[in-house]
Design a protein around this ligand. Structure first.
Ligand SMILES: *[C@@H]1O[C@H](CO)[C@@H](O)[C@H](O)[C@H]1NC(C)=O
Ligand SMILES: *[C@@H]1O[C@H](CO)[C@@H](O)[C@H](O)[C@H]1NC(C)=O
Ligand SMILES: *[C@@H]1O[C@H](CO)[C@@H](O)[C@H](O)[C@H]1NC(C)=O
Ligand SMILES: *[C@@H]1O[C@H](CO)[C@@H](O)[C@H](O)[C@H]1NC(C)=O
Ligand SMILES: *[C@@H]1O[C@H](CO)[C@@H](O)[C@H](O)[C@H]1NC(C)=O
Ligand SMILES: *[C@@H]1O[C@H](CO)[C@@H](O)[C@H](O)[C@H]1NC(C)=O
Ligand SMILES: *[C@@H]1O[C@H](CO)[C@@H](O)[C@H](O)[C@H]1NC(C)=O
Length: 432
């Protein structure tokens, strides 16, 4: 009975079904219902999981798309890798240099069936880029698609998973972003999936085929499911990959950033070691956001433990922006070796208004308890009671500002701080 209930609860429609069954049937009647009824492709699809040698912590790196779109080449990718080192990003923990869409020719090699890197953009192939990136102590990411073609119309990997995974492994690829465009009609999901479990959906199976192909190569690859929050991916993503996109594409605007935070705040139970909701790439450096909004963009991605993939021409970043994205205390929270869970919303005071996204978050790290406060409105004092922070209780506490690396003093019962419009306060709290 317990197993049966858990299985039903794992899907959105489950709760309604459970209440009907609990009232209608005796426990013994559920034994047969718990037996899997999988048929067809859901019964035969691979079930192997992602590598446990990589992807324990959320990825830190760069991706070419927000900066260059389709207009990429070897020079731009290798320049980004060199800037990781010269700007101190590598020392701060940034590691993945990821090539997005548009790296290949339109047609596969007729004799090998492989995707062919465009020789005008990548004269040394992808392996030539991997060698240069690896020589700097960094890792290389590539992009493909769980459909017939990528979003920009280049070859996708659906039906060619084995040959593509083999090529990526041979080239030395460490990370795969796997997009969701150009899905053939028979691979879409038109109804509730078998057993009411979205892991059995056609969408999930398109991704599971690539997990198995990556495993077959014998090389650990960080596998990112770029599935835009479809098919309840937060319920099964960790059985298939290391991180999964929760929404459509980010853009450089406060409405985009704040709506992505709001969408993620609903599914934070999914986040832990090897299991990361991907809030999409950074827009810092691309205009469109105030400095305060850029701080919130970085802080929220860090305290919700999303992958953080910079998305600009790194030459564009000024000193203030570099300080934001290399903030040691926020990065330490994001990359904590002992605590995999993110900060989650809490009720700051009895009179705190409900906002979207939520304004107050609390979380643990190996350093202690943290509170993060996003001001979703205009500049104002923001107050929380220590007793309302999970795990703290009442009494006197010291409060430390993680942005400035400074102690703010000792406070009784509650703490109040002025937070600028769309800015985020980041605090570490200790019992005094
Ligand atoms: C492939 O899967 C097996 C079984 O789970 C695992 O032991 C092995 O490490 C995996 N290899 C890779 C490269 O993911
Ligand atoms: C990449 O593009 C830049 C800017 O257009 C150009 O300067 C550079 O030579 C190109 N590199 C390659 C390998 O095509
Ligand atoms: C296809 O791959 C084979 C084997 O690597 C190679 O010899 C051939 O030149 C390739 N064909 C084209 C059109 O690139
Ligand atoms: C869709 O059709 C292709 C080609 O016939 C087939 O290989 C694939 O298994 C089908 N997908 C599903 C989900 O049935
Ligand atoms: C960097 O750019 C931001 C705007 O994005 C600006 O507010 C800030 O003052 C700039 N910092 C420096 C050091 O120029
Ligand atoms: C932090 O850990 C404490 C136990 O040490 C726990 O009571 C509290 O709920 C945790 N806080 C969060 C936000 O998970
Ligand atoms: C909090 O600090 C005040 C002032 O130092 C002190 O009087 C009070 O006893 C402390 N309360 C607790 C619970 O330690």
């Amino acid at each position: 009975m317990a197993v049966f209930l858990l299985r039903l609860f794992s899907c959105v429609l489950g709760a309604l079904v459970v209440s009907a069954i609990v009232h209608a049937s005796a426990p013994s009647a559920t034994t047969t219902a718990a037996t899997s009824t999988l048929t067809g492709i859901a019964a035969t699809a691979p079930t192997i999981g992602p590598s446990q040698q990589v992807g324990r912590l959320p990825a830190l790196g760069w991706n070419s798309w927000n900066a260059y779109g389709c207009n990429i080449n070897e020079t731009k990718v290798v320049d980004a890798a060199n800037l990781f080192v010269s700007l101190g990003l590598a020392d701060a923990g940034y590691e993945y240099v990821n090539i997005d869409d548009c790296w290949s020719l339109q047609t596969r090699n007729a004799s090998t069936g492989r995707i062919v890197p465009d020789p005008s953009k990548f004269p040394n192939g992808i392996s030539g880029v991997a060698d240069q990136v690896h020589a700097l102590g960094l890792k290389l990411g590539i992009y493909s698609d769980a459909g017939t073609n990528t979003c920009s119309g280049f070859p996708g990997s659906l039906g060619n998973e084995a040959v593509d995974a083999e090529a990526f492994a041979e080239w030395g690829v460490d990370y795969l972003k796997y997009d969701n465009c150009n899905v053939p009609g028979n691979w879409t999901d038109t109804s509730t999936p078998p057993d009411n479990d979205w892991y059995n959906s056609n969408s999930a199976i398109r991704y599971r085929q690539m997990t198995a192909a990556l495993n077959q190569t014998g090389q650990p690859v960080h596998f990112n499911l770029c599935i835009w929050g479809n098919a309840n991916v937060w319920e099964w993503g960790a059985r298939v990959g290391h991180s999964w996109r929760m929404t459509g594409d980010v853009s450089a605007s406060w409405s985009s950033i704040s709506s992505i935070i709001a969408a993620n705040a609903q599914h934070l139970d999914a986040v832990d070691f090897f299991s990361h909701n991907d809030m999409d790439m950074m827009e810092i450096g691309n205009g469109g956001l105030t400095l305060q909004e850029q701080r919130t963009h970085f802080a929220a991605w860090a305290f919700l433990k999303s992958p953080i993939l910079l998305g600009t021409d790194l030459n564009n970043l000024n000193a203030t922006q570099l300080d934001i994205i290399t903030n040691a205390e926020l990065l330490a929270f994001h990359q904590d070796p002992d605590v995999g869970t993110p900060a989650t919303p809490f009720t700051a005071t009895a009179s705190a208004p409900t906002t979207s996204p939520p304004e107050f978050y609390a979380g643990n790290s190996s350093k202690g308890t943290h509170v993060f406060i996003i001001n979703t409105g205009t500049m104002a004092a923001k107050t929380f009671e220590f007793a309302n922070v999970p795990g703290l209780g009442s009494g006197n506490f010291t409060v430390h500002d993680m942005w400035a690396g400074e102690d703010l003093g000792t406070f009784a019962d509650s703490f109040s701080i002025t937070v600028n419009t769309h800015d985020t306060a980041a605090l570490l709290i200790d019992r005094a």
